[in-house]
Write a protein that binds this ligand. Structure first.
Ligand code: DP6
Length: 324
């Protein structure tokens, strides 16, 4: 009753922000992502009759109460499905190029869903695993698959909603250049941030109406390998969800001064003829999407940007990998 799994983080090209159903964690808008190599979580789960409670260790330390509760909620769902009551020992490590507060719930919950369900003897299809991972964190549904991945919007009660692969990792040789700005954890987590936006931002409805259009444009651009069309829609999707966050009450401003500086760098690169496009998640770091051949140039420009502390280059990454 033991298994381990390795899952890669992903970057949303079309952003998910907002839930149609908080209980089942169903997204209100479609999202499209690129799974990334180098940013991997490895998780081992062992169900053990001698345990008297679940034991969760993350990166060599005991999980906090909040972290532990999200892990146990996933284990409970798996125990109900497998119809047994054994407790589990969970050990998880983030193998990221840096430890600067970049732990990813996407790779974390994708690896946990895959390792725990396999350890429990459940033989889930990738789609089923994706739906399971989604109940903990919607972006984790996308990390079950490598390459380019789509997670549709759902409706209330859509318990089985899952992501699907649009194209494998070797389909298109793009790179994501990650530029770290500020150290430390994000101030408002995405779960809380998007709920606050839904309840209080006057622009949330406009976001719900516009987001599917950007997702469609991005899907078409992936089909045609059209980086300019993809990049332009990705930047709009990013700025629009940040607009919802900024106009929430109380406001959520994820940006640091270096965020703006890095955005300007990416825009300047484009003005000099290099196709690079920026995106951000619920934090101050900037990530630039470009062709593989331009990645070193883009990285150098971001490295020289005031306030950027570290950079690295990520390539398209693989499906989740499970070992017994
Ligand atoms: C801004 O998947 O972390 O990164 O479902 O509440 O766990 P929960 O949220 P999460 O949100 C990710 C938000 C985002 C955009 C994206 O990845 O699509």
């Amino acid at each position: 009753m033991e298994a381990s799994a390795k899952a890669s983080a992903n970057i949303a090209l079309a952003k998910y922000w907002g839930k149609a159903d908080a209980k089942w964690n169903v997204p209100a808008v479609p999202s499209i992502s690129l799974t990334l190599d180098q940013m991997v979580t490895e998780t081992r789960v062992c169900f053990d009759p001698s345990l008297e409670s679940d034991e969760v260790r993350l990166d060599g330390r005991r999980a906090t109460t909040a972290e532990g509760a999200r892990v146990v909620a996933m284990l409970d769902r798996i125990r109900r499905e497998a119809r047994f009551r054994l407790y589990a020992k969970v050990t998880s490590h983030n193998r990221f190029p840096t430890a600067a507060g970049l732990a990813s719930s996407a790779s974390g919950f994708a690896a946990l869903a895959a390792a725990a369900s396999t350890a429990a003897g459940l033989r889930h299809s990738p789609r089923r695993l994706s739906a399971l991972a989604r109940t903990s964190s919607a972006s984790a549904a996308r990390s079950i698959f490598g390459g380019f991945v789509e997670l549709p919007a759902g409706r209330r009660g859509d318990a089985g909603l899952s992501a699907r692969q649009l194209a494998p990792a070797d389909y298109w040789d793009v790179r994501l250049v990650v530029a770290l700005t500020e150290p430390g954890q994000k101030k408002v987590g995405s779960t809380e941030g998007m709920e606050r936006s839904r309840k209080t931002s006057p622009y949330y409805q406009a976001w719900l109406e516009a987001a599917p259009k950007w997702a469609r444009t991005i899907k078409r651009a992936i089909k045609k390998r059209d980086l300019d069309a993809l990049g332009a829609a990705m930047e709009q999707s990013t700025l629009a969800f940040h607009c919802c966050a900024i106009t929430s009450n109380p406001p959520i401003l994820y940006w640091a001064p270096a965020t703006i500086a890095a955005l300007a760098t990416v825009r300047d690169l484009r003005e000099r003829g290099i196709a690079a496009w920026a995106t951000m998640d619920a934090g101050p770091h900037v990530k630039a999407l470009c062709q593989a051949g331009d990645a070193h140039h883009v990285r150098q420009a971001l490295e020289r940007t005031e306030g950027v502390t570290r950079t690295w280059i990520a390539a398209p990454g693989p499906d989740v990998e499970v070992r017994r």
